[in-house]
Design a protein around this ligand. Structure first.
Ligand code: DQA
Length: 147
């Protein structure tokens, strides 16, 4: 697979579709993966789609992406607001980084208003529901074409 788009998902996103559906909707992470794969395929690209509840696992995957990915799309979930380690891992990468949040974090509790990751992200998508992932793949494909 030549330079896939890595799509990484943080803690509790494995519960998508079951968890707080009023905030996060009823589609599952498998549905999101399928939408992303189809969007990438239309652009002639492939994806690597993963989820972990463990910060160190996300960091190891970012290190893997550093060597192989054309772009990183990441929804770090709660680690968005806490993890300097994830910011540092992303800062060690040269490919574009797109941060995605399903909900509009700025409309929610104040502790969700700050993102460590945004400092490194080329683009941030929040509040579009799971369609935000599709927009992120489209944006990654555009950036790939312009590089
Ligand atoms: C989230 C927003 C975060 O604040 C939260 O901790 C999540 C999901 C989102 O996609 O809206 O787990 O990243």
């Amino acid at each position: 697979m030549a330079h896939p788009i890595f799509i990484l998902n943080g803690p509790n996103l494995n519960l998508l579709g079951k968890r707080e559906p009023k905030i996060y909707g009823s589609q599952t992470l498998d549905d999101v993966e399928q939408m992303c794969a189809e969007t990438a395929q239309q652009a002639g690209l492939e994806i690597v789609f993963r989820q972990s509840n463990a910060e160190h696992q996300l960091i190891d995957w970012i290190h893997e992406a550093r060597e192989t990915a054309s772009a990183i799309i990441i929804n770090p979930a709660a680690y968005t607001h806490t993890s300097i380690a994830i910011l540092d891992a992303l800062s060690a990468c040269t490919c574009p980084v797109i941060e995605v949040h399903i909900s509009n974090v700025h409309q929610r509790e104040s502790f969700r208003h700050h993102s460590y990751v945004s400092q490194r992200a080329e683009a941030v998508i929040a509040g579009c529901g799971v369609a935000g992932y599709v927009y992120a793949v489209q944006h990654a494909a555009r950036l790939n074409g312009s590089r």
